[in-house]
Design a protein around this ligand. Structure first.
Ligand code: CO
Length: 208
């Protein structure tokens, strides 16, 4: 991949889209009404639209290191607010991936400067699930289980927000926890029971 090829690629892509539908960009410019908010990792190998097979306009996307939803992160909170309150998405997906560098870094005793406070959110996930994780002897398996548990906890962070709770009271907004298996290319639904989780944590986190 060379940077100068990108503009040629773009030109080809424009031509291809127009050859199928002459009004493609005219329609695209009318506005967006995606049904999915996708929160994923910034990892260059874990694309959003491509791995889901969706088109421009189908998914509202937020990506950061290790697909985190920290409640003090203005960017993640703004994305959730806009997606839920204005776009009225029907599904919120937190998608992690096995062999996530961010999750691995959080399992090591290493000073990573500005990344320390970010990765500490993952260390907090480890602390919450320490017993289960420490019982896994194989390091790779333990690390991949932390990827799954991190997805689960970030989904919980989504349902802790007032925006989500407000929307959930009015309509169906489903939170999904997925993992992308980088070795097979497959998306795995962790099938987390969020209605139950929401019920269990409501006494503490209920805002609206
Ligand atoms: Co990652």
């Amino acid at each position: 991949m060379k940077l100068r090829n990108i503009f040629e690629n773009n030109q080809k892509w424009v031509e291809e889209k127009l050859s199928i539908d002459a009004d493609y960009f005219k329609n695209l410019s009318k506005g967006q009404s995606p049904e999915i908010l996708y929160i994923g990792c910034s990892d260059s190998r874990v694309t959003a639209e491509e791995l889901m097979g969706v088109n421009p306009g189908d998914a509202f996307v937020h990506r950061n290191i290790a697909n985190m939803v920290p409640n003090t992160d203005l960017s993640a909170m703004s994305v959730i607010d806009y997606a839920v309150t204005h776009l009225k998405v029907k599904h919120i997906v937190v998608c992690g991936h096995y062999f996530c560098g961010g999750v691995k870094a959080a399992m090591q005793s290493q000073d990573l400067g500005i990344l320390n406070p970010w990765l500490r959110n993952i260390r907090d996930v480890y602390r919450l699930h320490k017993e289960e994780l420490n019982a896994i002897e194989n390091e790779e398996e333990r690390y991949n289980r932390l990827v799954e548990l991190n997805v689960q906890e970030q989904c919980v962070n989504v349902i802790k927000t007032s925006q989500y709770q407000k929307a959930f009271a009015e309509r169906e907004v489903i939170v999904h926890g997925w993992v992308f298996d980088i070795h097979s290319g497959k998306l795995i639904d962790l099938k987390i029971d969020f209605e139950n989780i929401l019920k269990n944590i409501q006494e503490i986190y209920k805002i609206c």
